[in-house]
Design a protein around this ligand. Structure first.
Ligand code: PNS
Length: 161
């Protein structure tokens, strides 16, 4: 049986921590779809199209990974994509409470979908899109936190030369 997994998130923007998790997932599952949430209450820095673009560059070379966007309930998207697994990354214990709540709610909403928690490399355990955006906005160095193309686009958003 082939297992299709969905890795959902905002990816605003994708970080090296996300990329690490995608690479790990790609070795475990037959296919991984990275799915960007479209209808979010948060106002994103990057449009969905920009985020798809950055992710597509970041996953180049991973033949069993694709990128898309979705709106509405995650479990509805996962079922419609005929996937069996939701992948979520846990960086630290502080992530766990929210992730547990979401995984159990998703299980209540659909008993056809399992959530699998994965750990990124320890070196990325402090990394988040939110912090990276803040550092870029304030002119700090983000080169080791995001792919080169994302670094360029972030500085572009904040007009750093
Ligand atoms: O990267 P994020 O922002 O932590 O991702 C959160 C995401 C997109 C996985 C979550 O907000 C989500 O699944 N939203 C879709 C709407 C939904 O299904 N809500 C009920 C979750 S229990």
């Amino acid at each position: 049986m082939k297992i299709h997994a969905v890795y959902p998130g905002s990816f605003d923007p994708v970080t090296n921590g996300h990329v690490d998790l995608i690479q790990r997932s790609a070795t475990l599952f037959d296919h991984v779809t990275v799915a960007i949430l479209r209808n979010t209450e948060k106002v994103p820095l990057f449009s969905v199209e920009e985020r798809i673009d950055m992710l597509e560059q970041a996953i180049r070379g991973l033949d069993n990974v694709s990128v898309t966007s979705f709106a509405g309930l995650l479990v509805d998207y996962v079922e419609q994509a005929q996937a069996a697994v939701i992948i979520r990354g846990i960086r630290a214990i502080s992530d766990y409470e929210y992730e547990l709540q979401m995984a159990l709610m998703n299980r209540r909403l659909s008993n056809k979908v399992e959530t699998v928690f994965m750990l990124p490399a320890e070196s990325y355990s402090f990394l988040s899109s939110k912090l990276v955006k803040e550092i870029a906005r304030l002119g700090g160095c983000i080169g080791s936190f995001v792919p080169a193309d994302v670094e360029k686009r972030l500085y572009g958003k904040f007009q750093k030369k």
